[in-house]
Design a protein around this ligand. Sequence first.
Ligand SMILES: Nc1ncnc2c1ncn2[C@@H]1O[C@H](COP(=O)(O)OP(=O)(O)OP(=O)(O)O)[C@@H](O)[C@H]1O
Ligand SMILES: [Mg+2]
Length: 242
Amino acid sequence: MTAPEHAPAVTLAEAPLAGPGALLAAVEVRKAFGATTALAGASLRVDAGEVVALMGPSGSGKSTLLHCLAGIVRPDAGEVHYGPHRLSALSESARSALRRGDFGFVFQFGQLVPELTCAENVALPLRLAGVGRRDARARALAALGRLGVEDVAAKRPGEVSGGQGQRVAVARALVTEPKVVFADEPTGALDSLNGEQVMRLLTEAARETSAAVVLVTHESRVAAYSDREVVLRDGRTTDAAS
Ligand SMILES: Nc1ncnc2c1ncn2[C@@H]1O[C@H](COP(=O)(O)OP(=O)(O)OP(=O)(O)O)[C@@H](O)[C@H]1O
Ligand SMILES: [Mg+2]
């Protein structure tokens, strides 16, 4: 069969996402902290829009692998690729620009700025990216609405519940429409009902914007929201699951 005459051209910007290339990949990543080996050859690929759960016992290297994938921690050996970039080859300022522009983060304890209102917290990454105040506020309110917590917009993080705070944190991670959301035990401090709601909202919102999600969790109930589970043991991704 011949190719259609007017097949759509693949632009350079789209090329890394097209075909078999992963959006994000760790290849045989190793990392030690002093005498402690955190990662002993961990490999993982994440495709665009895919939700991957990183599981494994405490101390198995989940957070370290997430930090390497996000370009926060530089591996001792091995490589991390993001689209056309080899993260270890980029300067700290280039990696931080990439984190601001393409990545979103959710942590176990929302890590919202206590002095700012919830709406200001969500608007913050947009403001840092140079979006004007009004526009940033409107987008922040829309993001809070998508997460069902528009009513806490004017409150400070200390005045909202744990579940509401995590939804605000998810809104903040998604408001810039990142390509990848990194979530390290985002439901770890929540009861099971709130945890499930946050996971449902996080994965729904990520799917709406085609964001990939790298999710660290201990709970199989939470991992059930992923497309794929990868298990870490002693700093290695297990072959069967990766
Ligand atoms: N900054 C650091 N300094 C020293 N040791 C570290 C550091 N970060 C991680 N480690 C060690 O590396 C190993 C892997 O840690 P990591 O935080 O990646 O595990 P984890 O799977 O996320 O564990 P948990 O489920 O408890 O969060 C552990 O032995 C940990 O003590
Ligand atoms: Mg951890």
